[in-house]
Design a protein around this ligand. Structure first.
Ligand code: DQA
Length: 138
């Protein structure tokens, strides 16, 4: 099974960025943990701060991979383009957020990703990614 985690803007700063909200572990360290936890999964990772690069990656993998785990970060709440890309591709997308966005500012309660997503997992810290992988394994 081939799964990719796609992370959007500012998630390259995990571990340093607002640790009270997002924790103190870098995504690189957590990704290594995920790889050792799911050896049966061919797990890939892509991060970009640029909307068009995220859309390009969704198009590149979206007809080939078995699953996409997408944390579009701030673009979740603004990007019609990423939302459209999620709907355009064949590969199922699970939307993930580290924080419980519904407990935060009102502008974080809207998602342009959810209408095209297979499901949404949020609020479990980095473990949200773990749960998303498990959702693909059934
Ligand atoms: C986030 C929540 C978004 O509102 C925020 O802009 C992020 C991270 C999360 O994983 O909790 O950058 O997607």
């Amino acid at each position: 099974m081939k799964i990719i985690i796609i992370n959007g803007p500012n998630l390259n700063l995990l571990g340093k960025r607002e640790p009270e909200v997002y924790g103190s572990t870098s995504f690189e360290d957590y990704f290594a943990t995920l790889q050792s936890k799911f050896p049966q999964v061919e797990l890939h990772y892509f991060q970009s701060n640029i909307e068009g690069e995220l859309i390009g990656k969704l198009q590149d993998v979206g007809f080939e991979y078995d699953g996409i785990i997408l944390n579009a970060a701030a673009y979740t709440h603004t990007s019609v383009g990423i939302g459209d890309a999620v709907k355009a591709i064949d590969t199922p997308v699970v939307e993930v957020h580290i924080s419980n966005t519904h407990q935060r500012e009102a502008y974080r309660h809207v998602s342009y990703i959810s209408p095209g997503a297979k499901g949404v997992i949020l609020g479990f810290g980095l473990q949200s990614y773990d749960l998303a992988i498990q959702s693909f394994l059934g």
